[in-house]
Design a protein around this ligand. Sequence first.
Ligand SMILES: [Zn+2]
Length: 330
Amino acid sequence: MTLRRAFLLVCLPVVFLFTLSPIIIDDAFCAITTSVGEPFRGCLINGVKFPSNMHGYKLGDEDRSYTTPEVVGALLDAFERFGERYPDSCDLFLGHFSRKGGGRLGGHESHQNGRDVDIGLFAKNNLQLDGFVPMDSKILDVSKTWHMIQCLLETQSVQTIYLDKSIQSQLYKYALGEGADRDLLSRVFTNAGGRGETECIMQHEPGHRNHMHIRFVAPWSTLAAREKDPQTRMVIESAQLCYLPRRVDYYVRENDKDLSKLTKVFGVRYKDLRKWNSLFENQIPRPGERVVFYLFGTKPPVQLARSLKGVTETTPPLSPVRGGNTIALP
Ligand SMILES: [Zn+2]
């Protein structure tokens, strides 16, 4: 045992007794993303910049797009699912995540530890919005917005959605008319009955008529703030990598004459492949040239993080049990 390690083992439990904040034990272990503290009083260590080159969204501010791998994975999954139903949809505008390192972010009480994201709403007529636009029944595309919310919920990574009541009621009426599962509705909407507002995923926040503020769970990144055991931290690091897109470099061969065939082999969209490689329409890379593509979608179960150590605040999204007294203003 090295002196440094012995020091850490002896001293850190003592330090922990005198501080109520989580301990990050050693920079050497901090290749992993760590979500420290609360969304309204915390920070983000080794935050991941949300990718700007995937499909389905438009990133508002890259300097304020740092987050946890879990949020990256959940959002990309949601956009992937959404794109299956609305392949020709305009992009959704994404506002602030956290800043690099987290902590206070101008204009927000929360957004401090990499779990909060402001997401725009869809307007009718597939109108591309390049910012947050206040919505009412004349403008809001209820169908697309509700479907996007469903895709987000299916990721099992959403803790809370803050949205103005006027928008919530439009979504609820639409979902009801669509024959959405009653149990799902009662867990999502206050006005569906059965639960108090603080127990529902969707919560009213005044002024949120132009976007929804989504608070995600990030069990691995939260666990990282408490976990000192190096082996467990290696498990956390591996788990976090599973949420992130993996870049693959492919070198074009002589018989690769058709780019669209390659997209099928890679399992990616043709327009994405063009974007990632700055290719013109119908341009075929020459043999030997590199083509980059990204794969994502394999994720470790959230339950594994919980089983390694209780991550109590990362409530399962479809069975929320909230204390109700520690909700920060988004
Ligand atoms: Zn927000």
